[in-house]
Design a protein around this ligand. Structure first.
Ligand SMILES: [Cu+2]
Length: 157
């Protein structure tokens, strides 16, 4: 015997279908926007993961910087990811050895650094960031003995 659906059953089914469809559309648009690259970013920086440090290459003036992180003083020397307040930065991320992951926790930036592949990602430095502000950069994919000190800073200039 087939039971007829009541109006209430039809209503709650449609409500759930509508809710899920709404979430699906919202997340698809959001994911697309997160991956979208700006037409003309303020700067391009190549980010290269090494065991166990970050290398930054600035194509605009052809300079390479290898960052050393000191776990005792929690400071970095040898270079940084420099950017201006409010600037759009496109990073081209790769690795020369194992899989690393480039992460700026405070800005919600996280993109894998994979040997033989270049992942493109863009983010915007907060416009209200004061000159001299430092945002921690870390490797967030376990990559060996000194993974924990594979750090650098995004320095606002
Ligand atoms: Cu790493």
């Amino acid at each position: 015997m087939v039971k007829r659906l009541t109006k209430l059953e039809i209503a709650w089914t449609l409500a759930v279908v509508g809710l899920i469809a709404g979430v699906a559309v919202y997340s698809t648009v959001l994911l697309y926007n997160i991956d979208a690259l700006p037409a003309s970013p303020g700067e391009y920086v190549d980010v290269i993961g090494h065991q166990w440090y970050w290398e930054f290459y600035y194509p605009a003036n052809n300079t390479y910087w290898n960052v050393s992180y000191d776990a005792n003083t929690l400071s970095a020397t040898g270079g940084a990811l420099w950017a201006h307040p409010g600037e759009q930065v496109q990073i081209n991320v790769t690795s020369v050895d194992v899989v690393h992951s480039f992460n700026i926790p405070a800005l919600g930036v996280r993109i894998d650094a994979i040997p033989g592949r270049t992942n493109l990602f863009a983010f915007t430095v907060p416009g209200a960031a004061a000159v001299g502000t430092q945002y921690l950069i870390q490797c967030t994919e376990f990559c060996g003995e000194f993974h924990g000190t594979m750090r650098a800073f995004l320095v606002v200039v």
